[in-house]
Structure formats: structure tokens, C-alpha cells
Ligand binder design. Sequence first.
Ligand SMILES: Cc1cc2nc3c(=O)[nH]c(=O)nc-3n(C[C@H](O)[C@H](O)[C@H](O)COP(=O)(O)O)c2cc1C
Length: 175
Amino acid sequence: MNISEALEKRRSIRSFSSRPVARELLLELAQAGRLAPSASNLQAWHFFFLIDPELVKKVDLFSPGLSGHPPVILAICSDMGYARVHGSPNSERYGCIMDAAMAAENIMLKALDLGLGSCAIKSYNDAAIRKLLKLPEDYRIEILISLGYPEGEPRPRRLRPMEEILHFNAWQEEA
Ligand SMILES: Cc1cc2nc3c(=O)[nH]c(=O)nc-3n(C[C@H](O)[C@H](O)[C@H](O)COP(=O)(O)O)c2cc1C
């Protein structure tokens, strides 16, 4: 699949079949994530693929934003201890979040290429999931991504009109 096609086709998937996802595919997703750009090439990210059905069920329970019962949940976390040593004050403020977002999009596009569906999830109970993942204190959960084989079709896209959001050079009030 070429990049333009992938950009057009990627949608948030909120309905999954129970078909399991082979571990080799998850490794391909991790590889796609680690190829993303990161500020100062910091790469403070860690990729937690939750594949134990009991654990997935518990994380699902503590994630109001998650739908469709995905067989796999990915938690992209940042090691803030590593970021403090190897990064700058901006790494903690926004760098690691942006890096995780870059990795997330790489992973969601790669998932599409592998026939998988995905959805970024930011609505979850941070404290509960930290506990379930047994995260070290310095690790920060940046985003969850649901993963699995899609079922059904997503709703049509709703995009803001191009003329509302496109600018060349400086901002100008409409004439
Ligand atoms: C940072 C971020 C957080 C999101 N959180 C959620 C969420 O908690 N639950 C959910 O169903 N979708 C979530 N989404 C998916 C968006 O709702 C979705 O990307 C948007 O509606 C556009 O649809 P599309 O991805 O199909 O193009 C999130 C997306 C982003 C980028």
C-alpha cells in the first residue's frame, strides 16, 4: 500500500473480531513505531503490547474511551527518568508526548498495511492502568492504541473544509 492510499484509508476502528493477532505482526508494529522521528532523537518511548486476554479485559474496563473489544491494546509510554538524563526540560513538558504521537501514527498506518484496525485512546484511568502494567514510577503513559482485525465499516469521515484551515504565509482575515 502506498503512503497516499494509507493516509486516505486509515480510520479509527471501534469494532474488532476476536481473531488473535500474531506476535510477528506486533513486532512489525513496534518496528514501525521506533522508526518515527523523536525530538533530539531521544527515543524515550516504550511499547507495551497487552496480549493476555485477562489483562486486556481489565484495561478495557478502566478505559471509557475504548470500544469494540480489541484483542490487543498497545500502551505507548515514555521513560521520564531516561528523558531527564538524556533530554532537555522540554522533553518532559511536550517532547515525549509529541514523540509518542509520531510513533502512534506510524503504528496505526502500519497496522492498516497489515490488515489490522486501530484506534488512538486517550480516555482511560491512568492510575488503574499504571497499576495493571506494573509501571515503574518514572514511566508515563502517553496513549493507548486498540488493535485487532476490524469488523464492519467505520462511519464516513467528517473533515473540516480545507478553506477553513489552510493558510499560505501569514494569517489574513477573509476579504
Ligand atoms: C490524541 C487522540 C485521542 C483520542 N482518543 C480517543 C478515545 O479516547 N476514544 C475514541 O474512541 N477515539 C479516540 N480518538 C480517535 C478520534 O476520535 C478520531 O481520530 C477522530 O474522530 C477522527 O476519525 P478517524 O481517526 O477515523 O479519521 C483519539 C484520537 C487522538 C488523536
